[in-house]
Every structure is written in structure tokens, then in C-alpha cells.
Design a protein around this ligand. Structure first.
Ligand SMILES: Cc1cc2nc3c(=O)[nH]c(=O)nc-3n(C[C@H](O)[C@H](O)[C@H](O)COP(=O)(O)OP(=O)(O)OC[C@H]3O[C@@H](n4cnc5c(N)ncnc54)[C@H](O)[C@@H]3O)c2cc1C
Ligand code: SF4
Length: 509
């Protein structure tokens, strides 16, 4: 009986469950570099280059380690899989759980001439079953309690049964605005080798829709390079990661962020090794606990939580649209061509690199999409096209849940909606903008302001039910009728400019 292993493009770790299930490496292994999925929806060309180059490198690594590897290049994934199964007379196909609902459904729908064994995905710390057990035992699914449970369960940053430093969370020491001259270190980038160069040429000549620039391509494509990025993060970025976690500065695409999500999401790095390296650095070095804890919360808390909830909420979550937002994306999301400087800067950077840091994604891109009433599924598709680290499991909960509150608060306790005040406080984009972050109406009023107040007004009844919104709604109550009508009229004028149908909420009398 022949067992065959199909290694998916985001499972590039020698210890992944399907490979690890064959102790003596005597199973044929398949990797499929398929253009099929890239024809169905646009991707960032750097994402295609990253994934395909990392797959080619990983296939070579497996060969060196003694595996018999077939590397198929195709535009028909199923045909390549069927051919390989027949050629190797495979009786049992082993695949590690792809995690993404659409891909799993596609895989389960294939009529293959062999048994298919889907093994639990071991690229996460929590198995889907353990998350289910945790979630079903409680009413509220708060990140904070999940994170604390993770700290205890995996023995991370603990002093006996207490949190290191006597506190679970040092967030109040983080989130500093960027005051004065900041000098974030250069990111760890790499020159493309011959394999990557060949993939760049392939992607540049493919006739498929994409978003952004293929070059310069400077991401790492091997585990060794990913480990280098981790090293550089710890030595040059970790100490300052905490305080400026939320800050945005023109021309500083990455600030002190780790740039690890592309590698973690491909399996080139494992979450526990990243966490342990950071905790070891703290225990053996001189790193402030607010930065160390802040970073560990992202990987041990947020990343695992998002994957757990994605599985827990199920495939229907992708259709969430709690606010009933239906407007299409204005063209500038695809071109970056807008006088709103914050959006222009972040979209331009994403076109160049496939990367934006968390606050740029949350408080510029998705915040704007939320307050302008853009359709959540169109926004999610855009994020999927735009980012180098985008996968269904991480997009749905981040974009629909955290970014757009489209799930009606199943994930977040209040919408991350903000006016220009936030953007102006946490970054310097407003200084170079033709709009005034302090004006709510008028020719130079910042659109983040009139869309924000228009959003609060349109959804007042729904938001009233969110206890955490009552303070801000009181400010809405204080607004004069004239001002509120002017705000609505200005928001509508902008929608007309983008060719959107008029969706007037009732004017205030
Ligand atoms: C609207 C929106 C869309 C997002 N889309 C993606 C996406 O497509 N892919 C993706 O990996 N992350 C996504 N995130 C989460 C987060 O913004 C990115 O993981 C992070 O910006 C990656 O950059 P970094 O490695 O420099 O992260 P750092 O800020 O240095 O954080 C360290 C690590 O923590 C993890 N992490 C932190 N926050 C999250 C989170 N909310 N969800 C999952 N992991 C997290 C990541 O693995 C990240 O590498 C999104 C967040 C929002 C609000
Ligand atoms: S003024 Fe408004 S549009 Fe301009 S950068 Fe500031 S928040 Fe963005």
C-alpha cells in the first residue's frame, strides 16, 4: 500500500503533520505550483513570488533530506494531483488540514481514486478541537481570557502560576504617538537568488489580474532567511516594538514591527519557536517587559485567537454584513490615487511591498471602509488581493470581525471606528494632507470626520446597544441639527463622486 503526501504551499515545514507521519521518509511527496487559483482572484505579485519561490526552495530541501519529491507546475491543480496519484499508485493521500474553509471544501469535493486522510494542522499552538473546548465552556470569547489561558497552558512568561512582572498586559505602556525624530531600523531584506529571479520572471509574464508591484522583491523565501528576520527583530526591533506599536510615520513602512507574518503563515517559522526566542531574549538580556509581553500577546494571543474563532464561527461567517453595507470600493483602493494622504500613503506602500502594519490596516484602511459603508465582502477581497500574508483563516476574522464589525460584535466588543483625530494623534500623515483633520464639514474638512459622524448617526440604534459606544454617542447628541445635516450631505456628495448610489439616512429635523 502506497501512502502519498501532498504538501500545500503554506505548509512548508519539515515537521508538518503529514511529513511527520512518515518516520522513514519513504512516501512520494507532491507540491503543486498552480496558476489556477491566481486566475480566480487578484493577488499581490509579491505574494505569488513569495509562495512559489518558498515552495521551490522547500522542495529542494526535502529532496536533500531524502524525500522523493514531485514538483508540478500547472494551471489545473486537480489534474496534476490525479496524474500523480495514478503514476505512483497511491492508495492513501495524506494532507495536513489546509485550515481555510474554501480550500478544504474544494479538497473534500474531489473524486480521487484513493483514500484521503486530512491530518490536524500543527502550525498552530491550539488545535481546532482544543479551541472548541475552550470556547464552548464560556459565554464571552474575550481575547484577554483566551490569551491568559494560553500563557498558563504553554507556560509562557509566567513566574510560577502568576504572570511575569505581576501583570498580564502592559498595553498602557505601549501605544505612544510618534513624537520627535524617530529612527526605526532598516528591515532585514534579501536580494532574490536565481530561483526567486525565475519566479519573478514567471509572475511578470503571467496574464492574470494582480495588485501592486512585483519588484523590488526583497522578502525571505527560506527557513534560514526567516530565522534571520527573527534574529534581527530581536536584536534591533524588539526593545522598541511596544511603545511605538500603534504609531504611523510617513516613509517608515515597518516601524519596529516584526515582519514575521509572511513566514509564520507559510510555515517557515513556527509560533512557539518565535515566542520562545523572544522569551529567552527577555530572560537572558535587557528587554523591557512591555515590548516582550506586547509582542508575545500578538503571536500567542491574537494569531491563535483569530484562527480559533475562524474555525469556531464556521464558513458562513464570510457572509457577515451586520450593518448592511453595500457600497463598492472606490477606485482609489486599487490605484492609491486619492488626495486623502493617509490612505494614499498606506495604499502606495502596500502596492510597493505587500505589507502594512497592524494600525495602518486597522485604523486607516478598514476604519475608512467601515465608516464609508463599503461592502464587507468587497473589502475582504481587496485585503486578500493586497497583502503578502493574506489567507482566508486570518482575513475573515481580522477584516470582517475586527476591522468592519460586520459580525455584529461576535469578535470585537466595539467597532474600531475613528475620526481624523485618531489618525492625527498616532501619525504624521495629516501634516502632508490637503484636508484639515480638525474640520468636520466644508471644502477642506477631512473625510474621516464627516464619514465618521455620518456612520454613527446612520447606525445609532445598533451602536446604542454596544455599551462601550455610549460615551461617543453622547457627543453625537450634542451636535446641532444643522451640523449633522451638513455632515450627511457632505458624505452623500462624496459617495456620488465615487458613483455610489445615494443611500440617504433620514435627515435630522
Ligand atoms: C483589517 C486587518 C487585516 C489583516 N490581515 C492580515 C493578514 O492577511 N494576514 C496576517 O497574517 N495578519 C493580518 N492582520 C493582522 C496583523 O495586522 C498582521 O499580522 C501584522 O500586521 C503582520 O505584520 P508583522 O509581522 O510585522 O506583525 P507584528 O505587529 O510585529 O506582530 C507580530 C505577529 O503577531 C501576529 N499577529 C498580530 N496581530 C494579529 C492578528 N490580528 N491576527 C493574526 N495574527 C496577528 C502576526 O503573526 C505577526 O507577525 C490583519 C489585521 C487587520 C486589522
Ligand atoms: S486629514 Fe484626514 S484624510 Fe488627510 S491624512 Fe489626516 S485623516 Fe487622512
Amino acid at each position: 500500500m502506497t501512502i502519498g503526501i501532498w504538501v500545500l504551499g503554506n505548509q512548508l515545514w519539515a515537521g508538518q503533520a503529514a511529513l511527520a507521519s512518515m518516520a522513514n521518509r519513504d512516501a512520494p511527496v507532491l507540491l503543486v505550483e498552480s496558476t489556477q487559483f491566481a486566475q480566480d482572484r487578484p493577488y499581490h505579485p509579491q505574494k505569488l513570488i513569495l509562495v512559489w519561490s518558498a515552495m521551490r526552495h522547500f522542495a529542494d530541501t526535502l529532496k536533500t533530506e531524502g524525500w522523493s519529491v514531485t514538483y508540478a507546475m500547472t494551471d489545473d491543480t486537480e489534474a496534476a494531483l490525479q496524474d500523480w496519484i495514478r503514476q505512483h499508485q497511491i492508495h492513501e493521500l495524506r494532507v495536513m488540514d489546509p485550515v481555510d474553509h474554501p480550500f478544504l471544501a474544494w479538497l473534500q469535493g474531489l473524486a480521487l481514486p484513493c483514500e484521503v486522510a486530512i491530518l490536524d494542522n500543527n502550525h498552530f499552538l491550539w488545535s481546532a478541537a482544543d479551541f472548541q473546548t475552550w470556547a464552548s465552556a464560556r459565554k464571552g470569547l474575550l481575547l484577554e481570557s483566551f490569551y491568559r489561558e494560553g500563557r498558563r497552558r504553554f507556560g509562557v512568561l509566567m513566574a510560577g502560576d502568576q504572570p511575569e512582572g505581576g501583570q498580564w498586559n502592559f498595553d498602557k505602556d505601549n501605544r505612544q504617538p510618534p513624537k520627535g525624530k524617530l529612527n526605526p531600523p532598516d528591515p532585514q531584506w534579501f536580494e532574490p537568488d536565481a530561483i526567486t529571479q525565475a519566479v519573478i520572471e514567471k509572475v511578470e509574464t503571467l496574464d492574470i489580474p494582480t495588485f501592486g508591484q512585483a519588484t523590488p522583491f526583497r522578502w525571505g523565501v527560506t527557513r534560514d532567511q526567516a530565522l534571520q528576520v527573527l534574529d534581527v527583530f530581536i536584536t534591533e526591533r524588539l526593545a522598541t516594538f511596544g511603545p511605538y506599536q500603534d504609531a504611523m510615520v510617513t516613509g517608515e513602512d515597518t516601524m519596529w514591527h516584526a515582519l514575521l507574518s509572511p513566514y509564520l503563515n507559510l510555515g517557515l517559522l513556527q509560533p512557539m519557536e518565535v515566542i520562545q526566542r523572544v522569551e529567552d531574549a527577555y530572560r537572558n538580556g535587557d528587554f523591557p517587559l512591555n515590548s516582550v509581553e506586547g509582542f508575545i500577546r500578538q503571536v500567542l494571543g491574537w494569531r491563535e485567537y483569530m484562527r480559533g474563532l475562524y474555525h469556531h464561527f464556521g464558513a458562513d461567517y464570510a457572509q457577515s454584513n451586520g450593518f448592511g453595507h453595500h457600497r463598492p470600493l472606490p477606485d482609489f483602493f486599487w490605484t492609491g490615487d486619492t488626495p486623502m494622504n493617509c490612505l494614499h500613503q498606506v495604499i502606495d506602500q502596500t502596492q510597493r511591498t505587500g505589507y502594512a502594519h497592524h494600525i495602518q490596516r486597522l485604523m486607516i484602511l478598514s476604519n475608512f471602509a467601515l465608516i464609508a459603508g463599503l461592502n464587507p465582502q468587497a473589502v475582504e477581497s481587496w485585503f486578500h488581493a493586497a497583502f503578502i500574508d493574506a489567507y482566508d483563516w486570518v482575513m475573515q476574522t481580522n477584516v470582517l470581525g475586527m476591522g468592519l464589525f460586520a459580525d455584529g460584535g461576535r469578535l470585537a466588543s466595539k467597532p474600531y471606528a475613528a475620526s481624523a483625530n485618531y489618525v492625527n494623534r498616532m501619525g504624521d500623515y495629516c501634516k502632508g494632507c490637503r484636508y484639515n483633520p480638525k474640520e468636520r464639514t466644508g471644502e477642506t474638512a477631512c473625510p474621516f470626520n464627516f464619514f465618521y459622524w455620518d456612520f454613527l448617526h446612520r447606525h445609532r440604534a445598533t451602536l446604542q446597544a454596544q455599551g462601550r459606544m455610549s460615551f461617543i454617542l453622547k457627543n453625537l447628541d450634542k451636535m446641532t441639527t444643522e451640523e449633522l445635516n451638513a455632515i450627511q450631505a457632505q458624505a452623500q456628495a462624496w459617495h456620488r463622486r465615487w458613483g455610489h448610489p445615494v443611500e440617504m439616512s433620514s435627515p435630522v429635523n
